[in-house]
Design a protein around this ligand. Structure first.
Ligand code: ADP
Ligand code: MG
Length: 701
């Protein structure tokens, strides 16, 4: 505790100097990652209410999602078959009950008669209106001035049990923020005045003031706009510096020989490239020709034909005397890529090797030697390719397939090993544009937005157990017509044993009882490599008609004759995964079908996911829906890294602010590469502070 009174409060002052925050609260706040005044003020309201957004109790109808503000009259614990806590709440128009089952001791202590509280939830009727397990925020206590009566907009803050037990509920936060903001009048704004006026941004201090104590809705919107801008601007700035550094590096390779074998490959393909594939190839070749090192993200929905792009660009590198590497996230996919590359390039005199994690002894030695001596032109493999003991003779080009599964760090790993190849990252996970710009602002982006001609969208339905017989009948008919089918069982790490047992049992039943007349096989990640290889090989050549599999087939597997997919326990998957799975069918000219089998009970989110899958085949729409259901952090598994953990910006709806922030950040770097001009120095300082936390991962990209 300070001995000399309150220090000058700045944004980087520790919260322990804030009036109203003692050691206990400071500790609890630290648990929510709030350590400085800046962190604390960035604890933004979850939403706002004023009288215009409230409902009168007498106007409530069953099924409404409503917020009411009322006085607590009485409470009681009712002991029936299930114990419950009932609260009688009234406003000028009438009364309602709020009801809780469970969590009783904490809830029972949360209210006193005379408190004015905002309750939000879904309205039901049982002897009058009631809200079951509503969210609640205390507005004021008996005898205290109720801010709603003075006509203000009231912020409601996110809370947790720990926070509200320490009195840090909405009312508690409001009481801390008022004097804090008053003592903060000199908050330093990192953005220069010229920029504020050019972009019509509210000064930081007013934005903070208005986000916590809005004067009116328009100033609240301007305040939020400013704070969102900051969040996005500093990320774009970090990305922009990374990009500028890469472009200046000059370590890139100029692959400028045209290479006769590229034409040979194009002639050997059983199809001609789509317009989108041609365009993307031009973009890649332009990058490769230039001396700058390439860092390009290729986005293309499942089935859009990314593999051939990888092949052609690797061939460009080989034609220029360099080695190329193709990295896949799973062994099955690496093996499949190896087969594809091999079948198309071997006859052109290109030497290809496959490196896998499990390879041992002389096999592995032979492959490593070929890579090190330069005998191998192309190395296909898993993550094993960037592990210790692998050294390339002259690596010039690296393709990273299915980046979403693989993580964002391969490029950094390659650099650490002293390689500076041009890099092409391919992803079938259609990352919404706003998110891609935010996360991969340092990459150039190419998009395959056209499917090969003749593809029919996969017909998708979701069903529950009762329809099982009919579904098997459907699969039987399809297989009789010469098609092939996937039956997929979920397998997640946490319950791997149980899942594997379910898949194995399911397989036994399917192969012996349900489809004894067909050739079936089981495929899962625990099988030995050569077993997997032979099953996949047999399925590819139609020696197996029904492949029962765990999710190892999720990514990349390409068997155009397979036209039916049955996904068991579809309710357990995320949308992206379902879309990937479904992408295994619909690769040929036949009408394909995907049946999502769900088990009750279904959560609302699970139902939304299934319905999204039924309603669209468009990966971009699916990704948007995913973002909406799950939030951006989870979508990319980056929550821990804080990249997508935006406090106020919403990537779904703030695309325009993002564009403005990006433009401003990039042009700032262009005009003042080191941010050394006096007016830009505060920006540099603010960026540095943020770089310690949120941007740690971006920096290495
Ligand atoms: P993904 O983008 O999902 O990796 P693939 O590269 O596996 O897709 O391609 C899917 C299928 O489409 C493959 O069987 C591939 O041979 C085929 N294909 C790729 N490009 C074309 C094209 N231009 N015309 C017809 N078929 C194509
Ligand atoms: Mg692929």
């Amino acid at each position: 505790m300070p001995l000399t009174g309150t220090p000058h409060i700045r944004l980087d002052t520790s919260v322990q100097y804030v009036k109203g925050i003692g050691p206990k609260r400071a500790e609890i706040l630290a648990g929510a990652d709030v350590r400085t005044v800046g962190d604390l003020l960035a604890y933004y309201p979850r939403r706002y209410i004023d009288r215009s957004t409230l409902k009168r109790i007498s106007d409530l109808k069953p099924g409404d999602e409503a917020t009411v503000v009322g006085r607590v009259f009485s409470s009681e614990i009712v002991r029936g078959r299930t114990k419950r806590f009932m609260l009688l709440v009234g406003d000028q128009s009438g009364f309602l009950h709020c009801v809780w089952f469970g969590g009783l001791p904490y809830i029972a202590k949360a209210f006193k008669a005379g408190d004015t509280v905002a309750f939000s939830g879904k309205v039901t009727f049982y002897r009058g209106p009631q809200l079951v397990h509503p969210e609640f925020d205390k507005i004021s206590e008996e005898g205290e001035n109720n801010p709603l009566h003075t006509g203000g907009i009231i912020p409601l803050y996110p809370s947790s049990e720990a926070l509200s037990q320490a009195g840090l509920d909405s009312r508690g936060f409001r009481r801390i923020f008022r004097p804090l903001l008053d003592s903060l009048e000199s908050a330093d704004d990192p953005l220069p005045r010229g920029m504020l006026s050019a972009l019509d941004l509210m000064p930081l201090i007013s934005a903070l003031e208005n986000v916590h104590f809005p004067n009116d809705w328009p100033s609240l919107n301007k305040a939020r706009h400013r704070l969102k801008f900051d969040e996005l601007f500093f990320i774009q700035l970090a990305l922009g510096f990374g990009r500028a550094a890469r472009l200046e590096e000059n370590k890139g390779i100029a692959f400028n020989k045209p290479g006769g074998r590229i034409r040979d490959l194009l002639e050997r393909l059983p199809f001609s490239l789509t317009g989108a594939q041609k365009r993307v190839m031009r973009e890649i070749r332009d990058d490769m020709k230039s001396e700058r090192s390439m860092n390009r993200l290729l986005q293309g929905d499942v089935g859009s034909g990314k593999t051939i792009i990888a092949l052609l660009s690797m061939l460009v590198a080989v034609e220029n005397g360099y080695q190329a590497a193709l990295m896949a996230p799973t062994e099955i996919l690496a093996e499949q890529h190896f087969l594809t590359v091999h079948s198309l390039l071997e006859e052109l005199g290109i030497r290809i090797v496959l490196l896998k994690g499990g390879q041992k002894g002389s096999d592995r030695k032979r492959v490593l030697e070929a890579i090190a001596s330069g005998d191998a032109d192309i190395a296909v493999g898993t993550h094993a390719l960037v592990e210790e003991g692998v050294s390339f003779h002259r690596l010039g080009f690296a393709v990273i397939d299915e980046q979403h599964r693989f993580g964002v760090l391969q490029r950094a790993e390659l650099r650490q090993k002293g390689y500076f190849p041009d890099v092409l990252v391919m992803t079938a996970t259609p990352i919404p544009r706003t998110l891609a710009l935010t996360l991969y602002g340092d990459l150039d982006v190419s998009v395959l937005d056209e499917m090969p001609a003749g593809r029919l969208p996969v017909r998708t339905v979701w069903r529950t157990g009762e329809k099982r017989e009919a579904i098997y009948e459907f699969i039987r008919d399809e297989v009789k017509k010469g098609r092939q089918a996937y039956i997929v069982y979920p397998l997640v790490e946490e319950s791997e044993k149980v899942d594997l047992a379910a898949a194995t049992e399911g397989y036994a039943d399917l192969s012996k009882t349900v489809f004894p007349e067909f050739k079936t096989a089981l495929l899962h990640g625990r099988m030995k490599s050569d077993e997997k290889e032979s099953v996949m090989g047999a399925f590819k050549s139609n020696g197996i008609q029904i492949l029962v599999s765990t999710t190892v087939i999720e990514v990349g597997v390409d068997v155009p004759n397979a036209s039916v997919m049955l996904v068991e326990h579809a309710e357990r998957y995320g949308l992206t995964q379902l879309h990937q799975l479904r992408g295994r069918v619909g690769r040929g000219m036949d009408q394909s079908a995907c049946i999502l089998m769900a088990q009750h009970p279904l959560s609302d989110d699970a139902k939304k996911r299934l319905e999204t899958m039924v309603s669209t085949n468009d990966g971009f729409k699916i990704a948007e829906a995913d973002l909406e259901i799950r939030g951006p952090g989870e979508l990319l598994g980056t929550r821990q890294h804080g990249i997508a953990g935006f406090k106020i910006a919403n990537l779904l709806t703030d695309g325009r602010i993002l564009d403005a922030a990006r433009k401003e950040a990039f042009s700032l770097i262009e005009t003042d590469r080191k941010l050394s001009r006096p007016e830009n120095r505060p920006i540099r300082e603010a960026l540095k502070k943020r770089m310690h936390g949120d941007f740690a991962l971006i920096r290495v990209g």
